[in-house]
Design a protein around this ligand. Structure first.
Ligand code: ADP
Ligand code: MG
Length: 639
């Protein structure tokens, strides 16, 4: 007898969403139905294995059949099947507790016009109503009679006893009529179905079979091929490859296979720079394939770049980009994760909040860093290439966590340096090569390496033979600021006012010169007080007459970077100190006129501008600088 039943309220809402969905990604229905079939087979297998022989073992497969005339797609499995209660509970009601959450998310997303979210969740059986106007489910369990569940979505469904020989479920979708907006007929095309299975369900562990058209050479009556003539035959094909690359034995997967996989899957024309096969079996279990591209993805810096790894559970594709699986600073990493631990949770819980996802992220992060360490140790050239492309992100990892990731990342940082020139060095190497008595790790920042090498402060370190890290990226100093030290040795900026590598005697000389030229220094300071915090006799210079150092950790380069940030209304200002080389003739010339306060004051700004230029900076008032310079030349030449 045919019984008509009403869907539960919640189901009705979800159905409504699906039926009225103009969701462009409606193709996911196939993935959902295949995944249900695969789950049902898993359950049957478990049942027969634990039934002590009462439930026979079977060969399992999933069949897809297309009928263009009737406009139907049929998906059959020989899995566990459903009895009447199962049909009511599983298909008449939303079986999953998380679905309510999901629905509100979808509704919210729909209101905002963002319907893409549907594809990210296991929306399950009802997703078939995105493409079907009517669905029949003919199903039989191992024990009871067969039932036919039938529904046109709306608000009710019918259940009646039916005929079916074997255990399992056959689902028939009666496709909606195509319209101007959406083409449903494409799902009746073999190649479409093949493509969808390859894309979404390739690694389902049971064969997914379909009768497919193929062309065979025509034979004459003696059984010989007739050249150039073919006949159309229907043959059953298995559409999925079943064994995912990442489920294979690590040792059996070659680098070539990994490279090919990467290029196919992530649509890159170049082999990855670094590939990583991860297989973790412990508190959490997962397999992952991770790749670092050999060039910067073209859209990495665009706003719509989405970080994330593909997510699978037991070979069932769940999501294309799960951002929860990667920390921000590794956003350039591509790859996929497959974890059986996620299976139960995936449709029941909203993915983002799953603690398993956090654990996998942590683990993936560690694996990537370990791999980078290994490459750095074994192939510095390769590492240098990686660093040029993505080094900034690693430094950002330290900066953005306020140093929280210092211990994890500090040994994969590399820098240019004064002594090494073109080759990158690690902090460990820097420390090992420190000179006797050298107290700190010295660094200096600037626009680019050439500009940095011209800085007046460098001269002294060259003379001493101390190495200096040359920082040419904006993020560098901010990263170092967060680190503070490396292996108990402090970082010090050579353009910092307080950084001095001098002996007691040298200090005494400087103190004496400072005292002798107090009137000069005070006058300069007074004239430049708007721009400058202090004017001092320098211990930093060798050949250059002047330099500009900064106080309290904010360097000129940082000042520039911060003020360039969009939205920073209030400009920051580095505390600047004008330093004068006491050995230079310029200083001696000023000492000679130190009694003439007005003259000193008149040309104070030229000293500051000179120092700014030597630091590779813009000067504030170019016109004034030119005027004064000309004045001096005219005076000198007309003598
Ligand atoms: P989920 O698979 O996440 O549980 P679905 O909406 O896809 O949610 O399916 C709901 C339920 O219907 C499943 O949990 C299962 O119990 C039942 N079901 C769906 N398809 C099949 C099938 N082919 N064979 C047996 N049971 C099925
Ligand atoms: Mg499902």
């Amino acid at each position: 007898m045919k019984e008509i039943k009403k869907f539960e309220t919640e189901s009705k809402e979800l159905l409504n969403l699906m039926i009225n969905s103009i969701y462009s990604n409606n193709e996911i229905f196939l993935r959902e139905l295949i995944s249900n079939a695969s789950d049902a087979i898993d359950k049957y297998k478990y049942l027969s294995l634990t039934s002590k022989g009462k439930v026979p073992l079977l060969d399992h497969d999933i069949h897809i059949a297309l009928d263009k005339k009737a406009r139907t797609i049929t998906i059959s499995d020989n899995g566990i099947g459903m009895n009447k209660e199962d049909l009511m509970n599983n298909l008449g009601t939303i079986a999953r507790s998380g679905s309510k959450d999901f629905m509100s998310k979808v509704k919210e997303a729909k209101e905002k016009g963002n319907i893409d979210i549907i594809g990210q969740f296991g929306v399950g059986f009802y997703s078939a109503f995105m493409v079907a106007k009517k669905i029949d489910v003919l199903t039989k369990t191992n024990a009871g009679p067969a039932y036919l569940f039938s529904s046109e979505g709306e608000d009710s469904y019918s259940i009646e006893e039916a005929e079916k020989d074997s255990v399992g479920t056959t689902i028939t979708l009666y496709l909606k009529k195509s319209n101007d907006e959406i083409n449903y007929d494409k799902y009746l095309e073999e190649y479409q179905i093949k493509d969808l299975v390859k894309r979404y369900s390739d690694y389902i562990r049971y064969p997914i079979k379909m009768l497919c058209t193929s062309y065979k050479p025509k034979l004459d009556k003696d059984g010989n091929e007739i050249k150039g003539e073919t006949v159309e035959v229907m043959e059953e094909e298995t559409l999925n490859s079943m064994v995912p690359l990442w489920k294979k034995n690590k040792a059996d997967v070659t680098n070539e296979e990994l490279n090919k996989f990467y290029k196919d899957k992530f649509m890159d024309y170049e082999d990855p720079a670094i590939s990583l096969f991860v297989s973790v079996d412990g508190k959490i279990t997962y397999n992952a394939l991770l790749f670092i591209p050999s060039h910067i993805p073209y859209n990495l810096y665009s706003e719509n770049y989405e970080k994330g790894l593909q997510l699978y559970s037991k070979g069932v594709f769940i999501k294309d980009k799960a951002p929860e699986l990667l920390p921000d600073y590794l956003k350039f990493v591509k790859g996929l994760v497959d974890s059986p631990d996620l299976n139960l949770n995936i449709s029941r819980e909203i993915l983002q909040h799953s603690p398993i996802m956090d654990k996998i992220q942590e683990n993936v992060e560690k694996k990537v860093v370990d791999k980078l360490k290994e490459v750095l140790k074994e192939d510095k050239e390769k590492y240098s290439k990686f660093w040029k492309d993505f080094g900034e992100h690693i430094k950002y990892g330290i900066y953005s966590t306020y140093g929280g990731k210092k211990d994890l990342l500090q040994d994969i940082l590399v820098f240019h340096s004064l002594n090494k020139n073109d080759e990158y060095i690690t902090l460990k190497e820097y420390k090992e090569n420190m000179a006797k008595g050298q107290k700190a790790i010295y660094f200096v920042s600037g626009e680019n390496l050439d500009a940095i090498k011209l800085l007046p402060q460098i001269e002294r370190y060259k003379k001493l033979g101390y190495d200096v890290l040359l920082l040419d990226q904006k993020i560098d100093e901010f990263c170092i600021m967060m680190m503070q030290n490396y292996d108990k040795t402090d970082f010090k900026s050579i353009t910092d006012d307080a950084t001095n590598e001098i002996s007691k005697e040298e200090q005494e000389t400087i103190d004496k010169v400072s005292a002798d030229s107090k009137r000069l220094l005070d006058n300069l300071k007074e004239s430049l007080k708007e721009e400058i915090d202090d004017v001092v006799i320098s211990s930093k210079l060798v050949d250059s007459p002047l330099c500009l150092s900064t106080k309290d950790g904010l360097s000129l380069e940082m000042e520039k970077t911060l003020n360039e940030q969009p939205g920073n209304e209030e400009k920051v200002k580095a505390k600047k100190v004008l330093e004068i080389n006491p050995e230079h003739d310029l200083f001696k010339a000023f000492v000679a006129i130190q009694d003439q306060d007005d003259l000193v004051k008149e040309y104070a700004s030229v000293l500051l501008d000179e120092a700014m230029l030597l630091e590779g900076r813009e000067i504030a008032n170019k016109k004034e600088f030119v005027r004064k310079l000309n004045e001096l030349m005219i005076k000198a030449f007309s003598k």
